[in-house]
Write a protein that binds this ligand. Sequence first.
Ligand code: CU
Length: 519
Amino acid sequence: MDAEWPDTGNTVKYTWEVSNTTGEPDGFKRIMMLVNGQYPGPTLYANWGDNIEVTVTNNLESNGTGIHWHGLRQLGTNDEDGTAGVTECPIPPGSSRTYRFKATQYGTSWWHSHYSVQYSEGVVGAIVIHGPSTRNWDIDLGPLPFTDWFHTPMFTVNAATLHANGPPTADNMLVNGTMVSEFGGGYGVTTLQKGKTHLLRLMNNGINNWVNVALDGHPFTVVAADFNPIVPYSANSLSIAVGQRYDVIINANQTVGNYWLRVDTGGGACDGPNLMQGKIRSIFRYEGANEDIPGSEASAQLSTGCDDEKNLIPWVRTKVPQTTPTEMEVKFSNTVVDGTNLVQWFIGDSPMHINISNPSIQQISYNGGNFTTTENTYSIGQANEFQYWVIQQDPANLAAVPHPIHLHGHDFYVLAQESDRTWDGDISSLQMDNPPRRDTATLPTKGYLVLAFESDNPGLWLMHCHIPFHLSQGFGIQFVERAFDITSNLDNVNGGCADWHEWRDEYYPFGYSEGDISM
Ligand SMILES: [Cu+2]
């Protein structure tokens, strides 16, 4: 939970360099952008209550950058959220900035570039914040990230998708940064010790695909969802949306040997096609076993589709007061503009398009936040009160797909989540007694998601679909939470923007295309 935290007095420090390079995580060589040359990027480790300081230097040739700390609330430190166009200007090539914030929560998450679609080029890694667990375990195996993988650079795929009639086809899905393909590559290997219990931190750091996962012969005991400890439950298979995490315990009580971790996408109908669907795997090997490819049999049916887990009971109980939520409608449009298709997602009246060179946090300080329609801002005035929102998909949407909805600066409570249905306004149907609490939840196909969060963190907070293509196509809003109470350090923002503007004007003397915000 994040109402209080210990003060360790300790500061963990990291120094990261983002650079252009090449990599071949599944045997196919392509250009990548990496932190410290590593893929996945370095894991950020801290203890609950630590201060964290990460200095990021941009050594890219012609791209800005910036790092967002997914799920970390940035309580009182809105300017450290790392969101280009909202809380900062991008860090230009040749420049550095230091992010400083506190680990007010504990558990598993990830950091990623929030500059356009850059994270899907490789600027991504895990966050592990050590804290209590709702069930004991012997060995922490660390993070196990999943990501669907494209052989074509994502900036190219994203540009094509903006004008396409459907989702792009992924070439593969990486498990902990590796997989086999027709070009080579290899399976990842995770080592288990016979007779021990192991904590494994599953996360979907992907782009477009949901992840359905199971381990032969070993059910998962699920102990946390996103940054929230839950009442432990047993699952044979888990479904994980882009941005979500599950901490699970695996009991190594089987015969010493090799076991398959089996991974499927959502199947294509609810997410997007993946050429390796049905063949995505990773090896779990007991210490002392030979190094064979597993011969294990699937012991459980893999979950299918793109649905959130249903058995999440927060360990720390909350009763949410009942009131009527405000509705935001999600509409899809694919119209011909200047002779070519243009895909856009509307929330409310507009797709969100913001200027990365003119971040909202700076605009607030200049003019109190006189935002344009396409900046898609929603104002929240009251302090420390629950805010309720219905996100409703238009049943007439031609793109009948679910969306992983992520909110910055807060965890939210999931009060309702229904597919193929229009919210009827019946507040008695909402789950107010200890509802699931997390930072990313699925808005089901042609249905609705009802959320609540407390306005206890003044700032500019993005809420968006975590599929980078959809955010590029406008699927986002900005909450302007208590504009007059924002206490952020604007020196960081102003200094960063001055650097960015100088680089931009030199590098693009004939004008810079601001492009679309994505992440
Ligand atoms: Cu989406």
